[in-house]
Design a protein around this ligand. Structure first.
Ligand code: 8X3
Length: 262
């Protein structure tokens, strides 16, 4: 079985945050591979326009699944009402996530914290809980969580964002423990700094601040992370990537700052 290392492909892929930079890059790659793609997104116009592009470019079978990721009942209804031909999800990419703000913890907006936890954590575990029984029942499936280097290395102003991604890492590893013997895979893909809308969201539309993050350096892009996701997903099912941490070569570590006294 799967003697050719690249013979395995997921057949039905659900991507949350599908119209963001990462989500759209993943959708393009899996549509090109012939998978049925479910675009989970909040914005109908953006989802429909991505759907049209995937259908036109690859002749792909695409379903736009519209709900607010933080809406518990909306998510349940959306998953329960998937068309029959899209129900057998064998790859869930928990990609929806965001950072809001870069202030020190004692100055942050508490609502930003709550939103990050709601999207990066609560929605991710809910979606996982909806989809997992289908995978376990079929003994086929893969959950790819989009974590972050921020879950491994704290940085000033990262506070709840870093903590939320550490949660995603540990939840991924804990799922591996629970899923022993089920043939269901779990991977946490942990990107570092990637040039996307991420900083524009973090800085709430302040273009100058966002552009400065990526200025005068050699950035990675969403397509680079899609490469890692597709590779992990198309490995033969006996082969599980637990975690994959990725940084642009230009990014590294800053050491531990010491407070000095006069
Ligand atoms: C994004 C990586 O370093 O900007 O998840 O927090 S970083």
């Amino acid at each position: 079985m799967y003697e050719n290392r690249y013979e395995y492909k997921p057949e039905t892929v659900l991507i949350t945050g599908a119209t963001g930079d990462f989500g759209a890059a993943f959708a393009h790659r899996f549509a090109a591979l012939g998978a049925k793609v479910i675009l989970a997104a909040r914005n109908t116009d953006k989802a429909k326009s991505l759907q049209a592009a995937l259908e036109e470019q690859y002749g792909a079978s695409v379903y736009a699944c519209i709900f607010d990721i933080a809406d518990k009942q909306g998510m349940k209804d959306a998953i329960d009402s998937l068309p029959d031909e899209f129900k057998d999800i064998d790859l869930l990419i928990n990609n929806a996530g965001l950072a809001l703000g870069l202030e020190p913890a004692y100055q942050c907006d508490i609502e930003d914290w709550e939103t990050m936890i709601a999207v990066n954590n609560t929605a991710l575990v809910r979606m996982t809980r909806h989809v997992l029984p289908l995978m376990v029942g079929r003994k086929r499936g893969h959950i790819i969580n989009i974590g972050s280097t921020a879950g491994n290395y704290p940085y000033p102003g990262g506070n709840v964002y870093c903590a939320s991604k550490a949660f995603v890492k540990q939840f991924s590893l804990s799922l591996r423990a629970d899923l022993a013997g089920t043939n269901v895979r779990v991977s946490n893909i942990e990107p570092g700094m990637i040039e996307t809308q991420f900083s524009k969201v973090r800085f709430k539309g302040n273009d100058e601040k966002a552009e400065n993050v990526y200025a005068n350096t050699r950035n990675m892009h969403a397509e680079d992370i899609a490469e890692a996701v597709v590779w992990s997903a198309c490995l033969p099912p006996y082969f599980n990537i637990n975690r994959m941490e990725i940084m642009p070569t230009v990014q590294s570590f800053a050491g531990h700052p010491i407070e000095r006294f006069d």
